[in-house]
Design a protein around this ligand. Sequence first.
Ligand code: QV4
Ligand code: CA
Length: 482
Amino acid sequence: YKNPHYASGRSTMVHLFEWKWDDIASECERFLGPRGYGGIQISPPNENLAIWSRQRPWWERYQPISYRLVTRSGNEQQFANMVRRCNDAGVRIYVDAIINHMTGTWNENTGTGGSTADFGNWHYPGVPYGRNDFNWPHCVIQGHDYGCCADRVRNCELSGLKDLNQGTEYVRQMIVNYMNHLISLGVAGFRIDAAKHMWPGDLRVIYDRLHNLNTAHGFPSGARPYIYQEVIDLGGEVISRDEYTSLAAVTEFKFGMELSRAFNRGNQLRWLVNWGPAWGLLASGDSLTFIDNHDNQRGHGAGGNILTYKQAKQYKGAIAFMLAHPYGWPQLMSSFDFHDTEAGPPMDSSGNIISPSINSDQSCGNGWICEHRWRQIYSMVAFRNQAGNSAMSNWWDNGSNQIAFCRGNAGFVAFNNDYWDLNQTLQTCLPAGTYCDVISGEKSGNNCTGKRVTVGNDGRAHISLGANEFDMVLAIHTGSEV
Ligand code: QV4
Ligand code: CA
């Protein structure tokens, strides 16, 4: 369950938060496929409670009312069409699976596909689930439970969300049927929402009943779904991420926290010389890595002081480090603009999501940030693909916040997070030639719209990165030779 099954030569996924299926299909064909993206995490595709009393917040999608594939993102036919078109473009789809719970208790009770529920009786006819399918006696997780009481964290309600009992055969089968339906439609794997709140033994049973990936969508025969489990473990809790790594991959929240701190100047970049397990991070192959996610970019979940698109220069620096460094399986965040931390995506007065528009400079409009379309970000996705499995080598630092390293003989990257300029002759490990810096510009034909870097026969080159430049990164690779 730890292999994303990317198409060959690809390495990075992006979370297209709250995007519609039709828009994702187009994005695969016009941008993500051609730019070398490996996959997409989509918002939960199953029917959720429509929460009008809170102006349709983004988080209503974390309140399932049935497993029918009808949401504001689209219906089943649109979903199937998206998966097909994205797989054809070489881009995999990973589903955010909400299997720990159903909805909370609300006065309104109609789902995005028209299903209803009777919350007082734990009755969800759209599945169907009834009282016996939930944990009993009823209880709600309190803050201190995380420090003492694993059974309460797993058997009580997370934020009042009705807590399914995955120990029962019936619940397991409903969940497995839902996930296998998605596999049959061609998805490559799952994010397991709130995995900490489920028993590892129950999850193992569920994972082992999943079908192999659909060979009609280009997966090799016998391929198991990629599974990454959302377990927030910053230390100090009774439940640890280590209880889940024997099952499948795990979201590594320490990754974005530490890199946000470093690129925010709370820690010197030179210490990143041994970035990886030496920092208390998971083993690389177990680790789904990211800077921000849909929760911590808006103060939900855990963390604090996480870099986001709102601090663009620091953020692009942290993202470039994530993508240049061989550790982990990276995931990018692609956001809609927000000021209110509860607000849903751009929508019209009927609650329909408004599609992103695409500007002539490739950026998005209509309230969508589309970090994945920022040159400094998509260029580093290409850098990572080019670097492949090569190790990091030739680390250099100035004893402070200027660092540089090579990836085999395929790529070289430098960072300057100091208040003074970087001007150094450094070993790039690249063959002699002239290369285009893919951060300040890009290669187009034999031209370069950014800085040019000349590498000599000894692999060395003069690197200049001013403290006041628009970006703090310089990156060249064997694909950017001009
Ligand atoms: C409210 C009260 C409760 C009360 C309840 C009674 O706060 O005290 O018991 O009413 O009904 C929303 C509201 C929340 C409300 C709840 C129930 O914000 O106030 O409870 O609905 O109706 C997202 C949001 C939550 C949201 C939830 C469901 O972050 O605010 O709750 O969706 O809509 C821990 C977990 C981790 C989790 C993280 C947020 O270990 O697993 O908290 N992260 C995942 C997702 C996250 C999602 C959920 C889990 C739940 O990434 O986006 O929560 O699916 O760290
Ligand atoms: Ca639970």
